[in-house]
Ligand binder design. Structure first.
Ligand SMILES: [Zn+2]
Length: 134
């Protein structure tokens, strides 16, 4: 028995040679915070909360568990932005510790809060591409 064709689904990307395409598709859709399966419905119901299922294709988005991966990648990326900034500022104008803290602490918090939902979407897209649930 064959499944009816879902025009929003990309289950046709299932061969071994399509895994790279499927991964890029999942990353792109997830980074836009859209459903990785169809790319049309919203994957998030709030800032970081995943919807239980897609409104468009009814893909069970809530079954994916991103756990600690999004914060890990967020810290990794933000650290690679903030630490060189701190070091460059320290070597060039040698500001006081208070000035360094007043600049880089809010910058770090804002960058983390800004990146986290998009990185969580990308992790969701990666899990979709690799068919990792639960
Ligand atoms: Zn969908």
């Amino acid at each position: 028995m064959t499944k009816p064709h879902d025009p929003h689904s990309d289950d046709t990307l299932s061969g071994p040679t399509d895994s790279g395409k499927r991964l890029m598709l999942g990353l792109r859709r997830g980074f836009r915070r859209k459903c990785p399966n169809c790319g049309h419905g919203f994957a998030f119901g709030g800032y970081l909360k995943l919807r239980s299922e897609c409104d468009v294709c009814h893909h069970p988005i809530g079954e994916y568990r991103c756990d600690d991966a999004p914060p890990y990648f967020t810290i990794f990326i933000v650290g690679h932005i903030v630490v060189p900034g701190v070091l460059m500022m320290e070597q060039s104008i040698k500001p006081s510790l208070l000035m360094q803290m007043s600049i880089w602490l809010p910058t770090t918090v804002l960058l983390c809060l800004g990146f986290l939902p998009f990185i969580k979407g990308a992790v969701l897209g990666t899990q979709w591409a690799m068919r990792i649930k639960g």
